[in-house]
Write a protein that binds this ligand. Structure first.
Ligand SMILES: NC(=O)c1ccc[n+]([C@@H]2O[C@H](COP(=O)([O-])OP(=O)(O)OC[C@H]3O[C@@H](n4cnc5c(N)ncnc54)[C@H](OP(=O)(O)O)[C@@H]3O)[C@@H](O)[C@H]2O)c1
Length: 294
């Protein structure tokens, strides 16, 4: 068992599951693999990022994604378009990226302006280049247990659990939230890790009782500071996916400060799941690169 293992500090204080640390560890591995491919005379992996409109949060996310690509040696191709971009022009651009052999992954930053339906736009992305695992084909492969890529946030959570050697097999796990990009795939991945999973949502009755019986709880409700000490079982592990800005300060869906002496380990906000999402995008791009290089 490594020094990361959860069991070494049980019961004493909350062990902070440090997403920045896990992210750094994985990005170092990705950087080393990209460097190895380049030493073999191969091209760099490529990620195309499409952003339509000027949503400030999206602009920040895209900047972070491009910077992260650069840091690990993935080439990025950015397409910035005004909110007035037509459906036809967006389709043309995606088809151009689909054909471009230097590009392994395509990411369409969501949300899109109202006149562009994300459901329709995602059908234009070649599933072999779907870096976010949002196409029906790739979600189907994930469902079938043969993933080509994985939804970034839940796979980031799985990597945190793996890094800290938190036992999932046979554990009772609960997921709070059932969104398409976080909650649903999170439940599926925990199930595929042999946990016994309960999915909770806004209509769940007696949610606290379910959580109090759960060894691992992943919270992705999008409700600031929704859950606290009284909602979690002694020595359980709490993963907080939520991210909110309150008067300039970031917080999650969980009242982290209350967890001391109750839960065994938890992710903070910021510095927990957040840094993992972009890292898993890099990881998906590398996986697609390998498929294209074979
Ligand atoms: N860290 C990251 O990189 C990252 C990535 C993605 C998202 N996030 C954050 O994660 C949070 C969730 O995101 P999302 O896209 O999954 O949100 P979402 O689409 O709004 O889904 C929220 C889910 O939580 C459920 N819910 C809401 N209030 C609840 C309550 N009081 N009790 C139980 N369930 C409740 C909803 O149930 P119903 O289905 O019944 O409405 C829904 O399924 C947000 O804060 C988001 O900003 C972070």
């Amino acid at each position: 068992m490594s020094d990361n293992a959860l069991t070494s500090i049980k019961d004493v204080t909350v062990k902070v599951l440090d997403g920045k640390l896990v992210s750094k560890h994985l990005r170092n591995q990705i950087r080393a693999q990209v460097a190895e491919f380049k030493e073999q005379g191969k091209r760099s992996p490529g990620l195309a990022v499409i952003i339509v409109g000027d949503d400030p949060a999206s602009q920040v996310y895209v900047r972070h994604k491009i910077k992260a690509c650069k840091e690990v040696g993935i080439e990025s191709f950015e397409y910035q378009a005004p909110a007035t971009l037509t459906k036809e022009d967006l389709k043309k651009k995606i088809e151009e990226f689909n054909q471009n052999e230097a590009i392994d992954g395509i990411l369409v930053q969501l949300p899109l302006p109202e006149h562009l339906s994300s459901d329709e736009v995602l059908t234009w992305v070649d599933p072999m280049k779907d870096a976010d695992c949002l196409t029906a084909e790739n979600l189907g492969l994930l469902w079938a247990g043969r993933p080509r890529t994985k939804p970034c946030t839940p796979s980031g959570v799985m990597e945190i659990l793996k890094y800290y050697e938190i036992p999932i097999q046979g554990a009772r796990a609960a997921v709070v939230g059932r969104s398409e990009i976080v909650g649903k795939p999170m439940g599926l991945m925990l199930l595929q890790g042999d946990a016994t999973v309960t999915m909770c949502h806004s209509k769940t009755l007696n949610m606290r009782q379910i959580l109090l019986e759960s060894d691992v709880v992943v919270v992705a409700a999008g409700r600031p500071l929704l859950l606290g000490r009284e909602d979690f079982k002694k020595d359980s592990v709490v993963i907080d996916v939520g991210i909110h800005r309150d008067q300039g300060k970031l917080c999650g869906d969980v009242r982290f400060d209350e967890l001391e002496g109750q839960v065994a380990a938890a992710t903070p906000v910021p510095g927990g799941v957040g840094p993992m999402t972009i890292t898993m995008l890099l990881s998906n791009t590398l996986d697609l690169y390998r498929l294209h290089s074979n």
